[in-house]
Design a protein around this ligand. Structure first.
Ligand SMILES: NC(=O)c1ccc[n+]([C@@H]2O[C@H](COP(=O)([O-])OP(=O)(O)OC[C@H]3O[C@@H](n4cnc5c(N)ncnc54)[C@H](OP(=O)(O)O)[C@@H]3O)[C@@H](O)[C@H]2O)c1
Length: 384
């Protein structure tokens, strides 16, 4: 029986993880849950799963949850809050496995603390790996702690890598759906609305990652994530546009063989893979090969999607540039969703913040967070 700490339990990945727990009660239990502001969902989850610990983002929200649990006669669940609360969830002695699915760098300290505490991590939170991948992977290597990717592309790469040797890998090919604007004329990009950008053609996800998919910055973050998770330079990570989102990624070996992973576009599969690794439990997530008609692959258009180019540049420079890429994007996406900047200024803001970021390689999580704050301040000033 694996007892899970689920960070970001009220989000899209968090809820999919809980549906896996529901489906495999003999394999998984909930130990702790960490969420942000959604008290209603956190209350419903606490009633259903009776975790030892629940964390919310503020003292006020934690007090509301405490009151509701008391009124409902639920005892045995302690409520905590803030980044210390999230860390308490990820390091709880009764948690054997941590699902890291908080959006943004808010999940970084708790993910790092989980690794330091020797807990295997199922990693959905790509921003953590982008901002502090060097620190996280070094800590994991030192303690022999597995970091199992939940992001579908990296999960696919992890699966394809199981059959070959690291030194035999020529390229990692990350597939990208191309988002909703794959065929939109460049001249129309400035007029794209948040409603249009929030309609992803193949995946249902949280708001930030959906906008990041529309700008393709999401793929950019994944390039950096792949470099860190699989210990390869950016020149070995390539992107191919695959509108069907059926092939989740591929690994090309030096002998010319290319291995691909194909499955339903359903995040429960990579989550189950990460939770059960190295086993493969039987599931009902079957893929109908007969229904497969087309597999298209195209070169990405760097002119239409400048975020991809910016991400390659940041990947080459590493350190503060990767942190700034992620931080500036988070601020710019928020500003776009609030209709303060046009769609095209997401890349514009990131580009300006990157250009003003000096070369540096933060060595601790505190330094990473300080560098993140600095980049955010610059981005806020730009979108104001
Ligand atoms: N969704 C996908 O299909 C998918 C695929 C691959 C990778 N990912 C990655 O997985 C992560 C989560 O994505 P998502 O789509 O599940 O996002 P989401 O639906 O927006 O959920 C985000 C979660 O983070 C929590 N959260 C936000 N700020 C927090 C804070 N300060 N402290 C504690 N918790 C906080 C939210 O809590 P509240 O809702 O309670 O505020 C929610 O539980 C992201 O890094 C994303 O890039 C997602």
């Amino acid at each position: 029986m694996k007892r899970l700490a689920i960070l970001g339990s009220t989000g899209s990945i968090g809820q999919s993880t809980l549906s896996i727990v529901e489906q495999f009660p003999d394999r998984y239990q909930v130990a702790t849950l960490a969420a942000g502001r959604n008290v209603d969902e956190a209350f419903a989850q606490a009633v259903r799963w009776r975790p030892k610990l629940v964390s919310l983002s503020s003292e006020e929200l934690a007090a509301q949850l405490c009151k509701r649990l008391n009124e409902a006669g639920i005892s045995g669940t302690q409520v905590v809050y803030g980044s210390e609360g999230t860390v308490a969830c990820s390091t709880h002695p009764e948690a054997d496995f941590v699902v890291s699915a908080i959006v943004g760098v808010a999940g970084l300290e708790a993910t790092h603390a989980a690794i330091l505490a020797g807990k295997p991590v199922g990693l959905a939170n790509k921003e953590c790996m982008v901002a502090a991948g060097e620190i996280l992977t070094a800590a994991a290597r030192e303690r022999n702690v597995p970091i199992l990717p939940i992001d579908s592309e990296h999960n696919a790469v992890h699966q394809c890598m199981r059959v070959g040797d690291h030194k035999e890998v020529k390229f990692i090919w990350l597939t990208a759906s191309g988002g909703p604007f794959r065929k939109t004329q460049l001249s129309e990009f400035a007029a794209i609305t948040p409603e249009q950008a929030l309609k992803h053609p193949t995946w249902v996800m949280g708001r930030r990652i959906t906008i990041d998919s529309a700008t393709m910055l999401n793929k950019g973050l994944e390039i950096i994530e792949a470099c860190r998770l699989f210990n390869v330079p950016a020149s070995q990570v390539r992107v191919t546009i695959h509108p069907q989102s059926t092939v989740h990624s591929l690994v090309e070996y030096v002998d010319g063989s290319i291995l691909a992973q194909i499955s339903m576009t359903d995040m429960r599969l990579p989550i189950l893979y990460a939770l059960a690794y190295p086993e493969r439990p039987a599931s009902n997530l079957t893929f109908d090969l007969a229904a497969l008609r087309h597999l298209d692959f195209e070169e990405p258009d760097f002119e239409r999607f400048p975020c991809l180019r910016l991400a390659y540049e940041a990947a080459e420079r590493g350190g503060a540039h990767c942190i700034a890429l992620n931080a500036a994007d988070e601020v710019a996406v928020e500003a776009f969703l609030d209709r303060r900047i046009p769609f095209t200024e997401i890349a514009g803001t990131i580009g300006k913040v990157l250009a003003s970021t000096p070369e540096s390689h933060p060595a601790t999580i505190a330094e990473v967070l300080a560098s993140d704050r600095e980049a955010r301040e610059k981005a806020h000033a730009l979108v104001a």
